[in-house]
Design a protein around this ligand. Structure first.
Ligand SMILES: *Cc1c(COP(=O)(O)O)cnc(C)c1O
Length: 476
């Protein structure tokens, strides 16, 4: 086959979906290794690159900086193949997995390619399947929904919209609340069996489960827990909302600080759970071996869904959608699909906090966490507890790496920067939970507005814009 025929087939067959902006996930393969293992493929990549750079040179004559920026081969001490660029050059469609993520690809990482081929770029916001993440994992809530609006939502999730008026009906709210409490008891049984910690379903269940990563900021979550512990110890407990905090997730084997964060969560949990002065005001558990079968029990039993990544870093998130469908209210940043979740459910049913992706980008180079800590009495007290080794009394120096990362002016995750707004948003959530009528209304509204976040919608859009396949009717 001629090159032209082969390239025409390739570049009208391949479509590239990018799943993250984090540099460690954008593969770069050393040319030296490539040459040894896949010599013929490297020749072909060189040919693709030469023809591609010819096209760039024709469009921007004399712009050699641009040629170097866009080349599939990154020159330098150790030349590397930029795999994402190869994917872009060889594909007829390039998409991100939430609107903000696609916008950041077009405006940032892949901007040069967007200028060359704007028509190739599009967005496909992720979804989750309601068959697993509602019908299967939450039979009681599913039954209650179907009893009132029918079961068309199982194949057309937008039908959940019909639940909206029910949020105002006291009798329906009562049933919804009863289902949630039973699901919380189911989750409490798992937590007691796996972690040996007793969660009482009267408390607010505050849950963050996802891979452990600095950008997801489990650290910010545990700083809030330490702050609550500190408030209890200093007697600041008027109008307190009892809270059970569950954090779960796995760390990559070589990710040392992620493992330190798990250790810190466990040590804080030990201190909090064994203090009679704290009692049922606050419980903390770290769930090991977080996995899909665990999430099937966790999302139905959650009141507050923690989606607190540094803005611009979470491509989409899908945990956020599973929680929403199951009637959890989100506390979150303007990141990934959180933005679209908030658009769907309304600001009054979402606890928003934190810097925007734009503000995060602007903070680079002039971030002063020491000044933030000094100016915030609550954060200052939390840092004092960490620094004096309160949570590692027989493990000296264990959390030095964590303390250093919070105080580092180059901390890319800006943990200290978002602390104050996070604490305030958590306080708003705690107050909202005390008005159970209002809280249950928010919970119902979250489920009712989750119709957009079905994989059915996502796949219809992939098919409409990218695959162009003819749908086949399913015979029952
Ligand atoms: C949904 C899910 C994820 C993704 O969660 P995010 O909060 O979007 O990171 C990860 N692991 C498991 C087991 C899940 O069920």
């Amino acid at each position: 086959m001629s090159w032209d025929d082969a390239w025409a087939i390739t570049s009208s067959t391949m479509a590239y979906t990018n799943h993250t902006l984090l540099p460690e996930a954008l593969e770069r393969w050393p040319v030296r290794m490539f040459k040894q293992l896949l010599p013929r493929l490297l020749e072909i990549i060189y040919e693709i690159n030469a023809r591609f750079l010819g096209e760039v040179a024709q469009r921007w004559p004399g712009d050699t900086d641009r040629l170097a920026r866009m080349s599939i081969i990154e020159e330098g001490g150790e030349p590397q193949v930029r795999m994402a660029y190869l994917a872009i050059v060889g594909s007829y469609s390039i998409n991100g997995v939430a609107q903000l993520h696609s916008d950041l690809l077009m405006g940032g990482l892949f901007h040069d390619f967007y200028e060359l081929w704007p028509h190739k770029f599009n967005n496909k916001t992720n979804g989750v399947t309601q068959r697993r993440w509602l019908a299967w994992c939450n039979p009681d809530q599913s039954q209650l929904i179907s009893d009132n609006i029918g079961d068309a939502w199982v194949t057309e999730l937008e039908h959940l919209q019909k639940l909206k008026p029910y949020a105002k009906k006291a009798a329906f709210r009562k049933k919804w609340h009863k289902v949630k409490q039973a699901n919380k008891q189911r989750l409490a049984n798992l937590v007691e069996a796996e972690c040996g910690v007793v969660f009482k379903p009267e408390a607010m269940f505050d849950v963050q489960v996802k891979r452990i990563h600095e950008y997801k900021r489990q650290l910010l979550n545990i700083l809030h827990v330490i702050h609550l512990y500190d408030r209890i110890k200093r007697g600041d407990t008027a109008n307190w909302t009892p809270r059970c905090v569950l954090i779960g997730g796995k760390a990559a084997p070589g990710y040392a600080i992620a493992k330190s964060i798990i250790k810190l969560i466990n040590n804080v949990a030990f201190m909090v759970n064994n203090d009679p002065e704290v009692g049922d005001l606050l419980k903390v558990a770290f769930l090991p071996n977080y996995r899909v079968t665990a999430m099937e029990l966790i999302c139905p039993g959650t009141d507050l869904s923690e989606q607190i990544s540094t803005a611009g870093k979470e491509a989409s998130g899908t945990g956020n959608m599973k929680f929403m469908m199951n009637g959890a209210v989100t506390i979150g940043t303007l990141d990934g699909a959180n933005i679209e979740i908030r658009e769907e459910v309304g600001d009054e049913n979402f606890f928003l906090f934190g810097m925007t992706a734009e503000e995060v980008a602007q903070a680079r180079g002039h971030y002063d966490p020491a000044a933030i800590i000094a100016a915030d009495e609550d954060l200052n007290r939390v840092m004092k507890l960490l620094r004096c080794g309160h949570f590692n009394q027989f493990e000296q120096g264990l959390f030095e790496n964590i303390i250093h990362s919070i105080c580092n002016p180059h901390d890319p995750w800006l943990v200290a920067a978002d602390f104050r707004e996070f604490i305030d948003a958590q306080q708003r959530a705690a107050e909202a939970y005390q008005d159970q009528d209002r809280w249950v209304e928010m919970s119902i509204m979250n489920a009712a507005c989750s119709g957009k976040f079905s994989t059915d919608r996502t796949m219809r859009e992939y098919n409409r814009d990218i695959w162009k396949l003819t749908p086949v009717a399913v015979e029952k």
